[in-house]
Design a protein around this ligand. Structure first.
Ligand code: GLC
Length: 766
């Protein structure tokens, strides 16, 4: 389509290239981030993922050659050929990624007649592969690629030879590897080759397609039904830098409130105040630590958002205050669908002000969700977002501590919203086709802004649907999984790939949402949940209840053990989030993120890292009491026994029901809190450090755990350094928060020691 290059001009950071059949714009954002654009439907990017100007104004050179135009940054050579083919090389001239020069060849060799027969019999037949998408980029495969990322997809860690779609979908059946799409669209992937690593972010909100070498071994492609050609090539020395660069573009998960990192209990099926009371009292009676109870849709009056069902849930302020007395924080669900009902304030206000999506004929568009007939806020309109933000005050004023945004793909019970339903894209008319994949993203943004403005604390917004960049506003979970061993197994690669895709604050419904959990499955799931950033037991109506005490002593003990462990290592989680806000690295990491040259971990689906220091190798199969563990090169320590293990090999670890194999990297210093039932139960003025032999440095931060004062410097930063000679140094390097630790307890294999702390450096002999 583009044809021959005719001319080019440089405008600010961009090289605008005229081809015989169109325009290409290559923009240098940083030495490592290059945008490849072609204005197919609009002159500008209109990105929903990227906020603000990310161009750093770095210098680059443009060299005109006969065959290509070469754009040279400090780190990259970008060669642009006729037909707008773009190849990327390292500064040293090594090929990183090239456009494929042939044409795609469909692997679907089905005649029209046979296709019709299959369809008539009710088979789902994809026409994918038969068409060239309106926007399409085909990249050459060099042969050694592994692919990661793509947000929340089913299946294994490495996406090579699989194809996926981006179209936020709420599908009620059990998620399998055959699913092309779930609730989130994160059109970003990382390509790892033996000699290099890079990322590509295809910033297109339309229904899009990613084929990672399934169609043919010679190429992979991404494409979309509509929109601009708009992708970012992201380079970096190693995989963590790709994630850093991607999150530099699309934003990073901000530091959450400390309590949100505790344990949460939820169930769609707590029908009234008595159900809730029974659950919270039981937790306290059994001394199982917990911070948060979630209220699902039944707390609303007739499923009308921003209302309260007082008949069943009593007077809301009184209930929330009562729960607060025993340390419970309340999070409530809010769906986007607004019930059609004359006299209902939210509906009436939205109608009066034009806040809802409409039909092309100009009538308010109606479909159905939980409350029956419902209308859909047009979150692409700034005014609708501001209104939605204000509506959060209903919850904030009651004392609710967070909002759980669900059904925001948007889900609809009378079939999917037609593509031509009218929505807004800021100041322009848009439609469902363009907005669908960012609907949940924009809803989260509106909610985040409301909580930030009216609650003042760090917003705790949970969302099911996401687009790239949603991490700036919300926490997310993998939606309606089921109590199946396959779903527990899948949770590991699922969380790892979400993390690589910028979503750091994530989790799965612990125990499984649909279907019936077994005691064993619940135990093994808690052992994974303990290390998931969002640690929430949630289940569906119609499934067996799955609170920890319902399955006998052993299950209760295992649940308690891991929930208590979670509270002990809370400061480690918190430090990781602190790091995430500045670097964008996730908490749950596939081993390949830190060991990309280790062939063994490229397809490691059964283990993950929590930060750099902990390696978790959970048992995720029924009836299995041992685990084949692989540790990357280096020295590691068995968390439970303290035994030293040399990495670079496999071994078998005995793992009875109460043991989740965990390994700590040599030279680690792991911060722990003293036991607590919930955040805020007592002053957290003692820090316990688990110190492992080796050389290591660890930065720990302390603040009020709630508001944004840390951004004004109100925090303390401690540096801990352990040396192989057996010394540990503790130093306060930033003192901005009034409360210092009163005491450090140092646990080392030789002994446990206690030290009063007055703010002056300590040197300790282990
Ligand atoms: C959706 C959510 C689930 C919730 C249910 C009822 O299925 O994914 O978590 O419990 O709706 O609100």
């Amino acid at each position: 389509m583009y044809g021959k290059r005719k001319s080019y001009r440089i405008e600010e950071g961009s090289v605008k290239i005229s081809f015989a059949g169109g325009e290409g714009i290559v923009t240098v954002l940083t030495d490592e981030i290059i945008n490849v654009f072609s204005p197919l439907i609009s002159e500008d990017h209109r990105s929903k993922a990227i906020e603000g100007n990310k161009a750093k104004g770095v210098s680059f050179e443009v060299k005109e050659k006969i065959e290509y135009l070469e754009i040279v940054t400090k780190k990259l050579l970008v060669r642009v050929y006729d037909e707008y083919k773009v190849d990327f090389y390292s500064a040293g001239g090594e090929l990183l990624c090239a456009d494929f020069r042939g044409s795609r060849q469909s692997s679907l060799q089905i005649s029209e007649k046979f296709l019709a027969l299959l369809k008539a019999e009710g088979h789902e037949v994809s026409s994918r592969g038969d068409i060239n998408y309106r926007v399409q980029v085909v990249k050459r495969m060099e042969g050694d690629e592994a692919f990661y990322g793509l947000g929340d997809k089913t299946g294994f860690l490495n996406k090579r030879h699989y194809d996926y779609e981006m179209w936020n979908s709420d599908l009620p059946t059990a998620h399998t590897d055959a699913f092309k799409a779930l609730y989130k669209s994160i059109p970003f992937f990382i390509t790892l080759r033996k000699s290099c690593v890079y990322g590509i972010f295809f910033d297109n909100t339309y229904h899009s397609y990613f084929d990672m070498g399934k169609e043919k071994n010679d190429y992979y492609y991404f494409g979309a039904d509509n929109g601009n050609l708009d992708y970012y090539f992201i380079a970096g020395e190693a995989m963590p830098e790709i994630v850093e660069n991607y999150t530099y573009l699309t934003g990073r998960t901000p530091l959450p409130q400390l309590f949100t990192l505790g344990y949460h209990q939820s169930r769609w099926g707590y029908e009234n105040v008595w159900d809730v009371r029974e659950v919270v009292q039981k937790y306290r009676a059994l001394d199982i630590p917990i911070d948060t109870i979630h209220l699902d849709i039944d707390y609303m009056d007739g499923y009308k958002v921003f209302t309260w069902n007082e008949d069943d849930f009593g007077e809301p302020k009184a209930l929330i205050a009562e729960l607060k007395k025993s340390g419970f924080k309340v999070v409530t669900i809010i769906d986007p669908g607004v019930k059609v009902e004359a006299g209902y304030n939210i509906y009436e206000e939205g109608i009066a002000n034009g806040y809802f999506a409409s039909t092309p004929q100009g009538e308010v568009y109606e479909n159905a969700v939980w409350p029956g007939d419902a209308v859909f806020p047009d979150f692409g309109k700034p005014k609708t977002r501001a209104w939605w933000a204000k509506n959060q005050r209903f919850l904030i004023d009651l004392g609710v501590r967070g909002v759980w945004n669900d059904m925001n793909e948007p889900a609809s019970f009378r079939g999917e919203l037609p593509g031509d339903v009218i929505f807004t894209d800021e100041d322009e008319v848009s439609n469902h086709e363009a907005v669908h994949n960012v609907y949940g993203h924009l809803m989260s943004k509106a909610s985040y802004e409301g909580w930030k403005e009216y609650d003042k604390r760090r917003p705790f917004v949970i969302t099911r649907a996401c687009y790239s960049g949603s991490q700036k506003y919300a926490t997310s979970w993998t939606g309606d999984n089921q109590s199946l061993w396959e779903h527990l197994q899948m949770a590991i690669p699922q969380m790892c790939n979400m993390g690589l895709s910028g979503l750091a604050f994530i989790g799965t419904d612990v125990g499984g949402f649909g279907a019936d959990v077994t005691p064993e499955l619940l135990c093994r799931w808690v052992e994974v949940g303990c290390f998931s950033p969002l640690f929430r037991n949630h289940s569906s109506r119609g499934s067996v209840r799955q609170e920890p005490w319902l399955f006998g002593e052993e299950t209760l003990a295992v649940n308690k053990k891991y929930i208590e462990l979670r509270y002990r290592i809370l400061p480690y989680f918190y430090d990781l989030f602190w790091e995430c806000e500045s670097k964008g690295l996730p908490l749950v990491r596939p081993l390949v993120l830190h060991y990309e040259h280790d062939e063994e971990v490229k397809n490691m689906n059964g283990e993950f890292l929590l930060g750099e220091h902990l390696l978790v190798a959970p048992v995720v199969e029924q009836g299995v009491n041992r685990k084949l563990v692989y540790l990357p090169k280096g020295d590691w320590y068995d968390y439970w026994t303290g035994e030293k293990k040399a990495g670079g090999c496999y071994f078998i670890k005995e793992a009875p029901l109460d043991v989740c194999p965990i390994y700590v990297k040599a030279g680690s210093i792991l911060p722990n809190f003293e036991p607590m039932q919930y955040v805020g139960e007592h002053e957290m003025d003692v820090l316990i450090l688990d110190v492992y032999d080796g050389n290591g440095r660890y930065v720990h931060r302390q603040d009020n755990g709630e508001d944004f004062a840390y951004r004004e410097g109100e925090y303390n930063e401690y540096e801990f350094v352990v040396l192989a000679d057996g010394t540990l140094k503790i130093e306060l390097v930033h003192h901005g928060y009034e409360k210092l630790y009163r005491k450090f307890i140092i646990r080392h294999r030789r002994k446990t020691q206690e030290f009063e702390f007055k703010g002056t450096p300590l040197t300790i002999w282990l």
